[in-house]
Design a protein around this ligand. Structure first.
Ligand code: CUA
Length: 300
């Protein structure tokens, strides 16, 4: 699973790298035709700006404090913005980390950031996993990890800004390092009570919508959401998320898979659910991710 995920990221970024290289060569070509002076520096800067006037999709915009652990670290002149989902990490269950690097003075993405990540079990000192090189095409990367058991862990993150085009090697010009303590809780078994009503709801997930986007259940129901996540063509992300604000529900939905979650609809009311994993691509509107929302209605 972990291996597959890492390879997946590498392939995506190789593909992106090739298309960026082609695009860059095309730009240089046209710059050469239409202007007398070589403009390679300017061309690089033009590509390093955020798309249009879209705000940076920082953790506060992508997630809510109900569903994610949101932190922001100031590492002058940079900011590392981070969200961990779910808010309380549980042993044996996937935790999704979303890291975003900004340039603080301009509040723009630190484009082409490389991240090196290692996770250490604090009790034993054992280094459990290393992502030697995750490349953020923008300033963002995300990875999924299942902590094997309860207890304190350290998530060490080294990130650096590359200059020039991405070459997928951590050899950046500027390096910052940070250690993030993560306390992993023991898994709790929640057996479904005998005789409880299980409301099974299939949900189709695709870029960029949930179908249905209104879910109605009765208070006390065991809600079983069966997600089928499309293998979309969009290249820059690995899947979507599903989180219900005000409910302790949040899952990462890997593209091309089916996943099921159960929970008890114990609070009546109308709640917003939304995609909790950044999924817009520069080729489309950045707002696509933020528009993946719906209503979860629990009738009293
Ligand atoms: Cu789908 Cu964010």
């Amino acid at each position: 699973m972990l291996k597959h995920y890492t390879i997946n990221i590498s392939l995506i970024h190789i593909a992106v790298g090739i298309s960026m290289a082609v695009f860059g060569v095309a730009l240089l070509f046209f710059a050469g035709i239409f202007s007398l002076a070589p403009q390679s520096t300017h061309i690089h800067q033009a590509m390093a700006q955020p798309v249009g006037d879209f705000p940076i999709p920082d953790a506060m915009r992508m997630f809510t404090n109900n569903t994610a652990l949101i932190k922001r670290f100031s590492l002058d002149p940079y900011i590392l913005d981070m969200a961990i989902l779910p808010k309380s990490v549980v042993a044996g269950q996937s935790a999704l980390f979303v890291l975003n690097a900004f340039h603080k003075p301009t509040m723009t993405w630190l484009w082409h950031t490389d991240y090196s990540i290692y996770i250490t079990d604090v009790k034993t000192g054992q280094k459990l996993v290393v992502f030697p090189n995750l490349h953020g095409h923008g300033g963002m990367v995300q990875f999924e990890y299942k902590f094997p058991s309860a207890g304190p862990y350290n998530v060490g993150i080294i990130f650096g800004q590359q200059t020039g085009s991405p070459n997928f090697i951590v050899e950046p010009k500027v390096i910052r390092q940070i250690n993030i303590p993560v306390n992993v809780a023991a898994a709790q078994s929640s057996p479904i009570p005998k005789g409880a009503h299980v409301e099974v709801i299939p949900i189709k997930v695709q870029s960029w919508k949930f179908t249905p986007n209104i879910i109605t259940v009765k208070r006390g129901d065991i809600v079983r959401l069966v997600f089928t996540t499309a293998q979309d063509e969009v290249e820059l992300y690995n899947g979507h998320g599903f989180g219900i604000e005000g409910y302790n529900v949040n899952v990462f939905l890997l593209k091309g898979t089916q996943q099921t979650i159960d929970f008890v609809a114990d609070k009546p009311g109308t709640y917003t659910f939304r995609c909790t994993s950044f999924c817009s691509s520069p080729e489309a509107a950045l707002e696509n991710h933020f528009n993946m929302t719906g209503k979860f209605i629990v009738q009293a």
